[in-house]
Structure formats: C-alpha cells, structure tokens
Design a protein around this ligand. Structure first.
Ligand SMILES: [Cu+2]
Length: 283
C-alpha cells in the first residue's frame, strides 16, 4: 500500500511523508524524494492513467498549522521501480495552492482544479491540465467561483467535470456548482459505444460495438472525493483489438488493479477524443 504524503492537517508529525506499507508483514518504509513534506497539507494526489503504469503524482499543498503560503511543487513516483522514489515534475502553473482537486479525464490527461493560498482563504482561481505523455501542464480557463476547504471535483459520465463547494474561514458553505467542459467537448465528432455488456468478469473479453476509429478502451472508477482525495481513483487500460466497428476489449485479471464494482467504460479515438461512458459492473 502506497501513501502519497498528501494529508489533511498534521504537518511536521514524526513519520509523515510518503511511505510504502506491507500490511501483511506490518512493515513500513519511508519513500524518498518528496519535496517539502510539511507543505503537503491538502495537496492533491492521483494515480495517473493508465493504472497499469503505477505512477502517482502529488500537486501543491500548504501548511494549515503554520498558515504558510501554499506551494506549486509537483512530484511524481513510478511504483514499478524496485526502490521507488519521487522525482520532480513540472511546477503547477500559477500561484501555489492547497485544496487541489486532481482528476483523471477520459482523454488520459489530469485536471487540477480548486485551491487557495492560505488556510481557507485567498482562493487561487487558476486551473490546469497535465499531459502524462509529455510531462507538461497547460493552463485552462479558471472556475469563476473560488473553492478552498471542503471543495470537490468529479468526472461526469459524458466527460464534463462538476466542481462543487467551498468552506472558507467564516464557516459558510458555497452551494454553487460549476461545470467544466474539456477540449474534447468541442473538437469534432466523438467516438461512440453503441453496445456493450452491462457486466464483465476478471479476465473476460468484452465485445463492444462502436463508431469512430478506436485506438484504446478503458475503465474509470466513479469518483468519491473528500479533502482533495479520491482513494479509489483509477483509469484502467483494456487491451483491445478492432475489426470494423467491433472492439474486443479484455478486462485485466488482477483485482488489485480494479477492485470489483461499477466502472465507466469509454473508448478513445485516434484524435484522442473519448466517447461518453457506459456503465459496466466488474466482478
Ligand atoms: Cu473536513
């Protein structure tokens, strides 16, 4: 079990920082390379897609106890390495921020939304998208609503993102919802899944009927985020072949890669446009 080092409160406690746990032998190892471990209060962290790559990214964070200005540092770890350690990634564009919500998008990029410079104040309105393929960020239009503590962002099945909430120092709650439409909502005809099974077993080959020129199929877990963390977040690649509009996609056999439950099934075309999701129950 990997602990990214992002946390809620508790800066500077002994033993904080990133760790690997072997829960079967009750052993814990410190993981090297995480910069400014005591500035990772309410940082965002996410398992980058595809989950088979076993790469985790941590973004930003603050120090609520000290009320220090938040950071924009990004560190990335490859857990496939025999002795994994964080290495620096590209800085998040714009001011540093804590309360960073990260989420995988179905085009295999990652949205960084929400955030504030200080403890429940000084909202940072900037937002950006990370491209794992090029290890780089692109700034996007800002959410018009500032969102700090107890804010959230979740992927919708059509590929848009709902961004919710904020709980600033006066202890009010912002009830406004913003909806973010990524570039694939506007960049041409998206592929579609016209038929797919409603459930599939580990290791099973699924037969999908599709439109478009399909280059990949994938499952994404429905989001359940609190305090900037969706501990079940994952985008799992499905090895596939195509024949005309028929896609044969294989569910991995390892339940550690995708725990049983509901997933959003999408296909990606050769222009990196994703389809709208269909729900599939994996067991
Ligand atoms: Cu809370």
């Amino acid at each position: 079990m990997f602990y990214s080092g992002g946390h809620t409160f508790g800066n500077g406690l002994p033993g904080t920082g990133a760790s690997l746990y072997n829960w079967q032998t009750a052993q814990i190892w410190d993981v090297p390379g995480l910069r400014q471990k005591d500035m990772r209060d309410q940082a965002g962290s996410v398992l980058l897609g595809p989950a088979q790559d076993q790469k985790v990214m941590i973004v930003g964070g603050g120090n609520t106890d000290g009320n220090v200005a938040a950071i924009n540092l990004v560190d990335i770890i490859d857990l496939k390495q025999p002795n994994p350690g964080y290495v620096p990634g590209p800085d998040l564009p714009g001011p540093g921020k804590t309360y960073v919500n990260l989420l995988n998008l179905p085009d295999r990029t990652v949205l960084a939304a929400n955030g504030a410079r200080y403890n429940r104040s000084d909202n940072v309105m900037t937002a950006a998208i990370y491209q794992p393929a090029t290890n780089s960020w692109t700034s996007i239009g800002a959410d018009p609503v500032g969102r700090n503590y107890h804010s959230s962002a979740i992927l919708l099945p059509d590929g848009r993102v709902a961004v919710l909430g904020s709980n600033p120092l006066d202890n009010s709650y912002d009830t406004r919802i913003s909806v973010y439409s990524p570039r694939y909502m506007f960049n041409g005809t998206r592929p579609t899944i016209t038929a797919a099974p409603g459930s599939a077993k580990y290791g099973q080959q699924m037969t999908l009927q599709t439109t478009g020129t399909i280059k990949a199929a994938q499952l994404m877990s429905p989001m359940s985020a609190t305090h900037q963390t969706d501990t079940n977040a994952r985008l799992v690649d499905l090895p596939m072949t195509t024949s005309g509009g028929t896609v044969s996609a294989t569910v991995p056999g390892n339940p550690n890669l995708l725990p049983p439950g509901p997933y959003m099934l999408t296909v990606l075309d050769t222009n990196n446009l994703p389809s709208i999701a269909k729900w599939v129950w994996i067991s």
